[in-house]
Design a protein around this ligand. Structure first.
Ligand code: C2O
Ligand code: CU
Length: 488
């Protein structure tokens, strides 16, 4: 025990010292890259056809240093896909990598066989062509690979992109909405370089997964963006594999939160910090003054478990993320509307027909590690359920459910804060937290192909913190194991 205490003290000292901060270290003088909007071909019946090619390449993140990376239609990250509610979408996903992967539409309501989870593998050289009709409100969604056991690696190498949804209401609202002008995609990732390569090692004592020592936005290190409008909308996506951020501005000015994972809030909520765990999104609007520079920063976490765990998991780290540089003269922006949507489309927990419990542990959910051949839960199409998610595991986790946008009913028995009152598909569940969610499964039913629920700390997901559910018609049992996994 004496030896253990000595080692403990040494490790504590190391961790204390290992706090990462990029504040004031180097000027933010790289122009922010804006992912291009994908240009679909539009077929006679209005179907928008997109092409996404997974490819390997090299990216020059730092002058003169070529880093091997993966991307969609380019060497790193992917184009922004965009479609409107009611539109038909088809994506030709081709895989030119030398290993199988998938592309999952995170936050999208669509049939399970179009979902791009671990059962929809795309072999090297193959093309997969999912299609669906967009049937959900305007939102900031995203896409990324989901091969079981390999997701962290594939995302970390650069496979990720945004998928923006619009609807009639969002088109009419006087919000900043000129893509790349006053409506900026902000895809945040943390990275570390090992020579010219992107590091991916977790380090000896790291149990949340890979943590980098600096951040990038849209693949740009130390980025700045010139802006020319009074109000700037940032579509924040935490595309990191493990790190949770608490975003705010360096001067702690207020901003308005207008949207969460699955769409707009009923009304803008003023705040000065927004915490996002991996996979979560937030749309915020910030007011600029002429000629000023303001830094988007990630501050140390406030509710990241106990002190010990906080240091252990990077919760004390501080990053400068993106500098906004306002022009000397700014175009006036309309005031934010008091009401954005009449009420977000959310399930009503009062109508739940089923209650389920999910206990989050590093070793698996409800004591079981992911098995591709096992269906964990069977839900009935057209019904609402209440899911209780609990973390007593001593380390942070989060929880993501495919196909649906859910309502957070309670956090530790209390009414959720404004940032958890909108449409959500991913929630941060740090140690000591129990959350009650209301979910409505509107189908279509498919007893043979499961959707996933999992921790979106991708190392945890890869290691087995994932389960499978199928949606079936009332009175119909789930099918057997998913195709291709009969033997398990
Ligand atoms: Cu963003 Cu199951 O994933
Ligand atoms: Cu986890």
């Amino acid at each position: 025990t004496v030896a253990a205490m000595a080692i403990g003290a040494l490790l504590y000292w190391l961790w204390t010292d290992a706090k990462v901060s990029t504040v004031g270290k180097a000027p933010f003088d790289n122009a922010l890259a804006i992912p291009p909007l994908a240009e679909p071909t539009v077929e006679k019946d209005g179907t928008r056809v997109f092409d996404l090619r997974m490819q390997a390449g090299e990216t020059e993140f730092r002058d003169g240093v070529r880093t091997p990376t993966w991307g969609f239609n380019g060497s790193y990250l992917g184009p922004t896909l965009r479609a409107k509610r009611g539109e038909k979408v088809r994506v030709r996903v081709s895989n030119t990598l030398d290993e199988p992967s998938t592309v999952h539409w995170h936050g999208m309501h669509l049939p399970a066989r179009m979902d791009g989870g671990p059962h929809q593998m795309v072999a090297p050289g193959a093309t997969w062509t999912p299609h669906w009709t967009v049937d959900q409100p305007a939102a900031t969604l995203w896409y990324h690979p989901h091969p079981h056991g390999r997701t962290e690696d594939h995302v970390r190498r650069g496979l990720a992109g945004l998928f923006l949804l619009d609807d009639d209401a969002s088109g009419r609202l006087p919000l900043p909405k000129r893509y790349g002008v006053d409506d900026l995609p902000v895809v945040v990732q943390d990275v570390r370089f090992d020579g010219s390569r992107l590091a991916g090692d977790r380090g000896l004592m790291q149990n949340v997964g890979f943590l980098g020592d600096r951040t990038m936005v849209n693949g740009t290190l130390r980025p700045y963006r010139k802006v020319q409008d009074e109000l700037i909308r940032l579509r924040l996506l935490n595309a990191s594999t493990a790190r949770t951020y608490a975003f705010g501005f360096a001067d702690s000015r207020d901003f308005a939160l207008i949207g969460t994972d699955g769409g707009l809030l009923q009304r803008p909520a003023r705040m000065n910090r927004i915490q996002l765990s991996p996979g979560e999104r937030a749309e915020i609007v910030v007011r600029m003054k002429p000629g000023e520079r303001v830094m988007l920063r990630s501050f140390p976490q406030r509710n990241y478990g106990d002190e010990w765990q906080r240091r252990f998991n990077g919760g004390d780290d501080t990053f400068d993320v993106l500098e906004l540089r306002a022009a000397e003269r700014l175009r006036p922006s309309p005031e934010l509307p008091g009401t954005l949507v009449s009420a977000p489309e959310l399930p009503d927990g009062e109508q739940a027909v089923e209650a389920r419990h999910f206990d989050l542990k590093r070793s698996g959910i409800n004591g079981r590690a992911m098995d591709m051949g096992r269906i964990d839960e069977t839900v009935t199409r057209g019904t609402t359920e209440v899911w209780t998610i609990r973390n007593t595991n001593g380390m942070p986790h989060n929880f993501h459910v495919h196909d649906v946008q859910f309502r957070v009913m309670e956090v530790n028995g209390k009414t959720p804060p404004p940032e958890l009152r909108g449409r959500k598909d991913t929630v941060f569940v740090p140690h000591g937290v129990t959350m009650k969610l209301a979910l409505r499964f509107t189908g279509p039913a498919d007893p043979d192909v499961p959707y996933m629920y999992h921790c979106h700390l991708l190392y945890h997901e890869d290691e087995g913190m994932m389960g499978q559910f199928v949606v079936v018609e009332k009175g119909r049992p789930a099918g057997g194991p998913p195709p291709g996994h009969e033997g398990h």
